[in-house]
Design a protein around this ligand. Structure first.
Ligand code: AMP
Ligand code: MN
Ligand code: MN
Length: 349
């Protein structure tokens, strides 16, 4: 059967689990055989990463497992307040832990986990992800680039092996993944499956309005002040088709706020009417610049990110450049201009 929507219970279309039936069964039997689980996410985790990790963590705990979660880098304050956020341990505590099974979620490459997926002493690694650039570093790889969020794949696993175990709290986490990775159901990955899954999660108890309010609508005063500085830095290139903006260390010092609270800032550059390609540059250290890329239509920013050692999806990708802000900006603007020049016209569908 093809991996498309099927008629689920209560008439809500849902995606067939058959494509990964074998993998899901293998993961379930590994879970039964092991006791201490480490769930890894990617550096500077976003809502999909964290939601996927905590939904899975809640399930594993219900199975009586000991669970810890770890992501390298910084977690935004809004996520640190989630009920299960206490499962996230600091790097120092990882060494004392002896997990006998490892999950890595929403992390396309070993590098995105600070190479922790490679340092597992032969313990089984389950890789669940939706990035087309996934390296398949796991012993079991559940990768579907058509899924709008990793949390949809976690749901497919849960609904395949233990459908009755999904609590309203888990539904909240699963919903958070779809909500954040579709930009509040606005991005090009807002497809029938994403919407059907969101409906399913609400049926299972997810609080759609509260989550949108807490994670998309409400902002700290300092975050908005920082946004105003970032917006001040907006420039357009390529005849108005490229928009770039930046956040320097100096802006954080003068406006307040924190780099980890800037998820979604790039969308302002991307929202300009004629813009097809956009970038946000964040100065993490004097020589480390995080670049977020966004595109419309067929422009593939994941390919560009990969050329710089990064990755992502066709319309949303990221990379890190070692160098100063001004150099990083002119380098990426040049690459974006080349992309524009190469593409006569994006396909209109
Ligand atoms: P961001 O710009 O950080 O919101 O990232 C956009 C998308 O690209 C997300 O799906 C990220 O997981 C992915 N991504 C960002 N940076 C990298 C990287 N260095 N390597 C691989 N994927 C990345
Ligand atoms: Mn992510
Ligand atoms: Mn994701």
């Amino acid at each position: 059967m093809k991996n498309g929507p099927t008629e689920g219970e209560k008439g809500i279309p849902r995606v067939s689990d058959e494509r990964f039936a074998k993998e899901f069964g293998e993961v379930a039997s590994l879970v039964e055989k092991h006791e201490c689980m480490l769930i890894l996410g990617h550096v500077d985790p976003d809502g999909d990463c964290i939601g996927s990790m905590l939904a899975l963590a809640a399930y594993l705990m219900r199975r009586g497992k000991k669970v810890v979660c770890f992501t390298p880098g910084e977690m935004a304050e809004i996520y640190a307040e989630l009920p299960l956020a206490n499962l996230f341990v600091r790097e120092a505590a990882l060494a004392a832990l002896a997990p006998d099974m490892v999950f890595a979620l929403d992390a396309p490459t070993s590098a995105r986990t600070a190479d922790l997926v490679k340092r597992t002493d032969g313990k089984p690694v389950v890789n669940i992800d939706h990035h087309p650039t996934n390296e398949r570093y796991g012993d079991i790889n559940i990768i579907d680039e058509k899924a709008s969020a990793t949390s949809i794949l976690v749901y497919r696993f849960l609904s395949s092996v233990a459908p009755e175990s999904i609590t309203p709290e888990m539904a909240d986490y699963l919903y958070l993944g779809v909500l954040m990775d579709t930009g509040g159901f606005r991005f090009q990955n807002t497809n029938a499956e994403a919407l059907a899954m969101a409906a399913r999660f609400v049926e299972l108890g997810a609080r759609a309005h509260e989550l949108a309010h807490e994670f998309i609508y409400v902002k700290k005063f300092s975050t908005l002040k920082l946004l105003s500085r970032a917006l001040d830095s907006l420039e357009v290139h390529g005849g108005g088709k490229i928009a770039v903006m930046h956040i320097s260390e100096e802006m954080i010092t003068s406006a307040g706020g924190s780099m980890s609270d800037t998820e979604g800032f790039v969308d302002y550059a991307a929202s300009i009417d004629d813009v097809e390609l956009s970038a946000l540059f964040r100065e993490l250290a004097s020589d480390e610049i995080r670049v977020s890329l966004r595109s419309r239509n067929d422009y593939n920013v994941a390919e560009l990110a990969e050329r710089y050692g990064g990755g992502g999806h066709r319309n949303a990708a990221g990379l890190t450049i070692h160098g100063d802000l001004a150099t990083a900006k002119s380098q990426i603007v040049r690459s974006l201009e080349e992309m524009l020049a190469l593409k006569v016209r994006p396909r209109q569908s």
